[in-house]
Design a binder for this molecule. Structure first.
Ligand SMILES: NC(=O)c1ccc[n+]([C@@H]2O[C@H](COP(=O)([O-])OP(=O)(O)OC[C@H]3O[C@@H](n4cnc5c(N)ncnc54)[C@H](OP(=O)(O)O)[C@@H]3O)[C@@H](O)[C@H]2O)c1
Length: 244
């Protein structure tokens, strides 16, 4: 028996058109899950779809920053045994230059969408008893790096919300947990203008920067029966970054 086996589980993966979400969808499918993948960019979503092993997968293009996208996704979703919420965005604004619209943009996708979408799925009774929800946050939520106010606070709000989701849904046997990765090599941060920053940041990672597979493997654990006694937890996944 493999405690990490996901056969028979249908899992919604947001942010599946890129980076961590894409790898998560591919890894979940390789562990036997049926994936329902979503993202905004339909072309890149289809690329991910083409990389999923097994059968029965589906995709729904949706912008989760507004009610209509979340409603459409909640309506299209089949009965779910889990969700990997990997959608997210980052922007850097020093406090003196931070404007309300920038703050709202990041809160919409990093905090409001994961919590409101979960509420909509629960209300529509799309979450099966025993379902597991895992939300990708960030170690930024636990630190105070200059320029990250909008991102860090949107992720900290997510962490707090997931603890409440965990206690509200526990009576239905539904679990909710957070993964806080450190720097992972994805399109979010592997850009020419951030290359020097990243090389510098990598020096502060005893095990080096993470790969999307590292986060996907942690998601597999959270969605599988191996973690059936774990809820309301925040996992720091950072190659030892917070040790030094
Ligand atoms: N990479 C890192 O170093 C790192 C570290 C810690 C935490 N994280 C977190 O990990 C998660 C995944 O990041 P990543 O590195 O994989 O980033 P990425 O490659 O930029 O992917 C972000 C994903 O989020 C989706 N997304 C963004 N805005 C959306 C919206 N309004 N509606 C629906 N989907 C939306 C994107 O969809 P489209 O491309 O289709 O628009 C894309 O699939 C994020 O929550 C991020 O904060 C990343």
């Amino acid at each position: 028996m493999n405690p990490f086996d996901l056969s028979g589980k249908t899992i919604l993966v947001t942010g599946a058109s890129s980076g961590i979400g894409r790898q998560t969808a591919i890894s979940l499918a390789s562990m036997g899950a049926t994936a329902v993948i979503t993202g905004r960019d339909e072309g890149r979503l289809k690329e991910t779809f083409g990389q999923l092993g097994g059968t029965g997968h589906s995709y729904v293009a949706a912008d989760l920053s507004g009610e209509s996208g979340m409603d459409a996704l909640a309506a299209a979703a089949p009965q779910l045994n889990g969700m990997a919420y990997c959608a997210g965005a980052v922007e850097y604004h020093p406090l003196k230059f931070l404007k309300r619209d920038k703050l709202e943009t990041l809160f919409h996708i990093n905090s409001f969408a994961p919590t409101l979408l979960t509420g909509k799925l629960a209300r529509a009774k799309k979450l099966e008893r025993g379902a597991s929800l895992v939300f990708v946050s960030s170690i930024a939520s636990e630190s105070g790096v200059p320029g990250t106010l909008a991102y860090a606070s949107s992720k900290a709000a997510l962490n707090a919300a997931v603890r409440v989701i965990a206690s509200e849904l526990a009576p239905q046997g539904i679990r909710a947990n957070v993964i806080c990765p450190g720097i992972v090599q994805t399109p979010m941060n592997v850009t020419a203008d951030r290359a020097t920053d990243l090389a510098e940041a990598a020096k502060r990672y005893p095990l080096g920067p993470g790969q999307p597979e590292d986060v996907a493997n942690a998601v597999i654990f959270h969605l599988s029966d191996a973690s059936r006694w774990l809820t309301g937890n925040i996992m720091i996944l950072d190659g030892g970054h917070t040790l030094i």
